[in-house]
Write a protein that binds this ligand. Structure first.
Ligand code: NAP
Length: 455
């Protein structure tokens, strides 16, 4: 079988599903290098999925670990494509480079005061409680009684649950220890979620909404007057289910609640109040009697969606926050960039659940294979990329190193019945990854991540 060398950049769901499709084809002898800038793989499955959803992580974890064990796949973690190695160097050594880098930035509200301390994107907050090394120092202040979350998508629900779940429940998860400590001391007892549309336009999914019915210590208030369907009103099955859950939440009696979660619809943020830190959010309320109101709060989380970041050397659609492409082939003004591909959120925008990446990757890998079959892909450097990386002073973490980290984290979790205790310092991760005879720098090089340092 002819050899096909592929580099995949980003070891999250998008990259791993691309690997699955490549391993399943039978025409080419594929050799896949999976690049990841952190010392740990799995992307948002590790640093995005909520800690109280362990079943999702376990299934994915097992599936992805299975792909990674294949001898045709080599993990090259702790290497940042863009700073440690650029597109040209990769393009020379691989027939195809597939970017699966996700959406690493935030949509902004574009209102005054948005950058005050205490106003974070949900992406940053999620990365903080999930132990992403670049966000462990995020100065999250939970000392005020109220948090306001802008947006009503699944991410908004995730962060609302983390702020309100009993500590005993969180303590059984793999939430980062620094977040667990902060949440233990949290004074937040009132979490408000804001939708600029009505409840029928809310972005959350029914299963995620339904989970709120099981929050025994949280009173959930739904401030909406359009929950009831008219007898002759046509309504999609999904919408009917959502309205039904909202109505059940509205009617639910919570005995002795510790905390409260309130959904307010038709509320549009207009400015953040505060001089040095967030003191409140001014909102315009639409409806029969429009008005402007100030919602006092000490924590403001913008769960309004993620955004892709431009990749050096690749065309980028600033408005959509994606790399421009045709069926996964990177293209600019109709010109295909031979050998460069995208998959996942950097290809289609920050939409869809983990499994959506499987279909997205099928299209991209289909394009790669079509191009390979048509003889359009070539390499012009035969040396192993590891030589170049070592010459440049990089310290890649390979599969074995990741296995050491994984085992160390799982071992640390066992005494307290947790799935794992995450290592959140770069130095601790690299130390755990270390194999006999290998030396790792204790200070990790900057990895082009936006917040905080690494150690
Ligand atoms: P999302 O589903 O796109 O929701 C974004 C929310 O922000 C919407 O309510 C949107 O309201 C609102 N919004 C956007 N711009 C706004 C603005 N300028 N002012 C006020 N509100 C604004 O995004 P997400 O919650 O970040 O989730 C991203 C993807 O990950 C989704 O596909 C989601 O399903 C998925 N996800 C899945 C899970 C899970 O399966 N459990 C967990 C987390 C995330 P409008 O409708 O008014 O624009």
């Amino acid at each position: 079988m002819p050899e096909l060398r592929i580099a995949i950049v980003g070891a999250g769901a998008a990259g791993l599903y691309a690997i699955q499709h490549l391993l399943e084809q039978t025409t080419w002898d594929v050799k896949i290098d999976l690049f990841e800038r952190l010392p740990t793989p799995w992307g948002l499955v590790r640093s995005g999925v909520a800690p109280d959803h362990p079943e999702k992580k376990q299934i994915i974890d097992r599936l992805f670990a299975f792909f990674l064990r294949d001898e045709r796949v080599r993990l090259i973690a702790n290497v940042a494509v863009g700073s440690d190695i650029g597109h040209e160097a990769l393009a020379a050594r691989y027939h195809a480079v597939i970017y699966a880098v996700g959406a690493d930035d935030d949509k902004m509200l574009g209102i005054e005061g948005e950058s005050l301390s205490g106003s974070w994107s949900a992406r940053e907050f999620v990365a903080w409680y999930n132990g992403h090394p670049a966000y462990r120092h995020l100065p999250v202040d939970l000392s005020a009684p109220r948090a306001v979350i802008v947006g009503t998508g699944n991410v908004a629900l995730d962060v609302a649950r983390i702020l309100t779940l009993p500590i005993a429940q969180l303590a059984k998860t793999d939430i980062a220890d620094h977040a667990l400590d902060a949440l233990r001391r949290s004074q937040i007892c009132d979490v408000v979620l804001l939708g600029r549309g009505g409840c029928r336009q809310a972005a959350f999914h029914s299963p995620e909404l339904e989970e709120l019915l099981h929050l025994d210590t949280v009173e959930v208030r739904i401030e909406a007057d359009d929950l009831t369907l008219a007898t002759d009103e046509a309504c999609h099955r999904d919408m009917r289910r959502k309205l039904d859950i909202l109505a059940r939440l509205q009617q639910r009696q919570c005995h002795a609640p510790d905390k409260r979660m309130t959904f307010k619809f038709h509320h549009t943020p207009i400015s953040v109040a505060g001089s040095h830190a967030v003191e409140g959010l001014n909102v315009a309320i639409s409806g029969a009697s429009p008005k402007i109101e100030m919602l006092p709060c000490g924590l403001l989380l913008r769960a309004i969606g993620y955004r892709g970041r431009p990749i050096e050397g690749l065309p980028f659609d600033i408005d959509a926050g994606i790399v421009t492409h045709f069926a996964g082939r990177v293209q600019h003004d109709g010109q295909i960039m031979t050998g460069a591909y995208v998959t996942g959120w950097i290809k289609r925008g920050p939409k869809g659940v983990i499994g959506s990446n499987k279909y997205c990757a099928a299209e991209t890998v289909g394009s790669v294979l079509d191009d390979a079959n048509a003889g359009r892909l070539a390499i012009n450097a035969q040396d192993d990329v590891m030589t170049l990386l070592t010459d440049r002073g990089c310290c890649p973490v390979l599969q074995e190193g990741w296995r050491h980290i994984d085992e160390a984290e799982r071992r640390a979790g066992r005494p307290s019945g947790r799935p794992r205790v995450k290592l959140t310092h770069m130095a601790a991760l690299l130390n755990a990854a270390q194999m006999p005879g290998q030396s790792m720098p204790t200070e990790a090089p900057a990895r082009n991540m936006s917040r905080g340092d690494h150690d």
